[in-house]
Design a protein around this ligand. Structure first.
Ligand code: NAD
Length: 314
């Protein structure tokens, strides 16, 4: 199959591209490299440096005629979306609709979308949250993701475009940007390896559901093979506190930094954990990588890239 992956130079998208290629699919990557890196792009993939908002998308679709579009390109910062809701909307809603219009125009059969379970449900009413949990987005980022899902529903009903929206919990692993706000595992790991002090927001007892990026890539492969349409949580169903993350990473990096606590993030949900039962039942999904193993691999990745950066700067 020919799959066009937007955001394929980014953290999750590049792992999805690697797996699709490993499975024998032909992959076209579209990324404007605003946060993604060219070195993340699998050399077997065809690469276009292009913006999902631009008319280049139409040209690329016309030339490549993909069977499937797997959409990862996005403005990913919740904080940025709060400060710049219009710009968030521009990329995350308008960019998605530009792709969907071209999918219909050029006969794409399926659209796989990177949504967010972590942000969509807001403060949880029950735990773990399944796909029927009320959607109460607390940020423009989450509102935009939810709007994109509604457009998927519309394009499916009106134009017959099949879709699967994967609602991820907190994804972590190699290639995650340690400078953003999104990945506490990446941020803590890099700081600890550099001997810098990571700061725990609030009391550190807030929980999240951390899923390893390769499990997420596998969910995409299952979505590709499935004939279902709809929304699926992709998560582990396990809650981990930020304090636990800090302690495991401290041990793995052999860091000596003390536990330092800062201000709690305003509006941050206290607990977040998602049920993946629907994805298990309908897609055959099961998370396979334990937090300890995933964190070991993440630390090894950052250790290698930290020492490369150090060597190249001397
Ligand atoms: N990381 C998580 O925990 C998580 C959780 C839920 C959902 N998601 C979603 O998964 C997707 C990938 O996230 P990520 O963590 O890999 O982020 P990332 O920043 O590493 O990847 C996003 C990619 O999109 C590209 N991009 C951004 N704007 C673009 C545009 N206008 N045109 C073309 N390319 C553009 C960037 O250069 C980057 O390569 C996003 O849609 C994000 O909302 C991530």
């Amino acid at each position: 199959m020919k799959i066009l992956v937007t955001g394929g130079a980014g953290f999750i998208g590049s792992h999805v591209v690697d797996l699709f290629i490993q499975e024998g699919h032909s992959v076209v990557v579209v990324d404007n490299l605003s946060s993604g890196k060219i070195e993340n792009v699998n050399p077997v993939a065809v690469f276009y440096k292009a913006d999902i908002l631009s008319s280049d998308i139409e040209e690329i679709m016309k030339i490549e005629k993909p069977d499937v579009v797997s959409h990862y390109a996005a403005q990913i910062s919740v904080t940025y979306s709060v400060k710049n809701p219009l710009l968030d909307m521009e990329v995350n809603i308008k960019g998605t609709v530009n792709l969907l219009e071209n999918c219909v125009r050029y006969g794409v059969k399926k659209f796989i979308f990177a949504s967010t379970g972590g942000a969509l449900y807001g403060e949880l009413e029950y735990i773990p949250a399944n796909e029927s949990h009320p959607v109460r987005p607390l940020s423009p980022y989450a509102i935009a993701k939810f709007s994109a899902e509604k457009y998927l529903f519309y394009y499916h009903r009106v134009y017959g475009l099949n879709y699967i929206s994967l609602r991820y919990s907190n994804v972590y692993g190699p290639r995650q940007d340690p400078h953003g706000e999104a990945g506490v595992v990446a941020i803590f790991t890099q700081r600890m390896l550099r001997g810098e002090q990571p700061v725990i927001n609030g009391d550190g007892e807030q929980t999240r559901d951390y899923i390893f990026v390769r499990d997420v890539a596998r969910a995409n492969l299952l979505a590709l093979k499935s004939d279902k349409t709809g929304e699926y949580n992709i998560a582990t169903g396990k809650e981990t506190t930020v304090n636990e993350i800090f302690r495991v990473l401290k041990e793995l990096t052999k860091s000596l930094v003390p536990e330092v606590r800062g201000k709690a993030m305003k509006g941050e949900p206290r607990r977040s954990v998602l049920s993946w039962e629907k994805a298990a039942r309908e897609l055959g999904f099961k998370p396979a990588v334990s937090l300890k193993d995933g964190m070991k691999e993440t630390v090894a990745f950052f250790r290698a890239s930290t020492s490369t950066a150090r060597n190249s700067s001397v």
